[in-house]
Write a protein that binds this ligand. Structure first.
Ligand SMILES: [Zn+2]
Length: 264
């Protein structure tokens, strides 16, 4: 098993597109030196945030309009010069840009309403992983792992509630499930989540086969989120049990705080 980096930072960086001058004064060496001085071994850097903004020169997604540089690339290169690992963060089900531009990708509740924040309300809007949105995130994932020397990927908010969007209802019926049966809808949501995780995991490992190559998904399904980050703990135990050459570079450091003794 690969040793877990001892000192890890989750650098949360959700930046509204309305904020100007993003990273205008960023100094890559000062950034990495500061982490080095703090004995940091690994830092999560952002590819895409909950606003749906990307922090690199993306052809798939939407780069933050006020960002004039390849922040992700500069962070990774600088950290690697200083011997610091850089797993990359991708927000999954929360992507406000995608929700606003593709309402057909949104999760729909049993009352037929979109899940998440309402039109004039601040907050996150939930995307359905059984729609074209999954293709969008898969393409973003592929772009990032092909384009950068990532040390892992942290897929955040992989959470699918029982969804009653047109696509989910149609697919449930095609599988012989009854959309009006809550247990069937839950079962289908879990299936959608697992299919998505398998898909992006395959992409990461196809392009980053050198160990340690890591994918981590926070909150495998919405009901499980009530027991915060439990799926990650279980996944970790499973991977250790099968001797998988992998570790979790940053998210367990964060999740451990919320979820108790992650490594117990
Ligand atoms: Zn759906």
């Amino acid at each position: 098993m690969v040793a877990l980096p001892f000192r890890q930072i989750h650098l949360d960086f959700h930046t509204s597109p309305l904020i100007p001058d993003v990273a205008a004064e960023f100094d890559p060496d000062e950034f990495a030196q500061t982490l080095k001085d703090a004995f940091v071994n690994s830092v999560t850097v952002f590819a895409k945030c909950h606003h749906g903004m990307s922090y690199y020169d993306t052809k798939v997604g939407i780069k933050h309009p006020a960002l004039k540089r390849d922040l992700l690339g500069e962070m990774i290169a600088a950290c690697h010069r200083y011997g610091i690992r850089t797993p990359v963060y991708i927000s999954v089900v929360w992507d406000n840009w995608a929700a606003e531009h593709h309402p057909e990708w949104r999760q729909v509740n049993r009352e037929g309403k979109f899940v998440g924040a309402e039109p004039f309300q601040a907050g996150w809007r939930w995307l359905c992983l059984n729609t074209g949105y999954a293709d969008y995130v898969a393409a973003q994932t592929e772009e990032v792992v092909k384009g950068y020397e990532v040390d892992g990927v942290f897929f955040d908010i992989v959470m699918q509630w029982e969804c009653y969007c047109e696509k989910c209802r149609r697919d449930m019926l095609a599988q012989g499930l009854d959309p009006e049966n809550a247990e069937h809808a839950r079962q289908f949501a879990r299936q959608v989540c697992q299919r998505f995780m398998g898909r992006v995991n395959e992409i990461v490992h196809r392009h980053r086969l050198k160990p340690p190559s890591i994918t981590t998904a926070a909150c495998a399904s919405a009901p499980a989120a009530k027991r915060t980050f439990t799926p990650i703990r279980k996944l970790s135990r499973y991977r250790r049990a099968v001797g998988a050459t992998c570790t979790f570079p940053s998210s367990p450091a964060m999740c451990g705080r919320f979820g108790g003794s992650f490594w117990a």
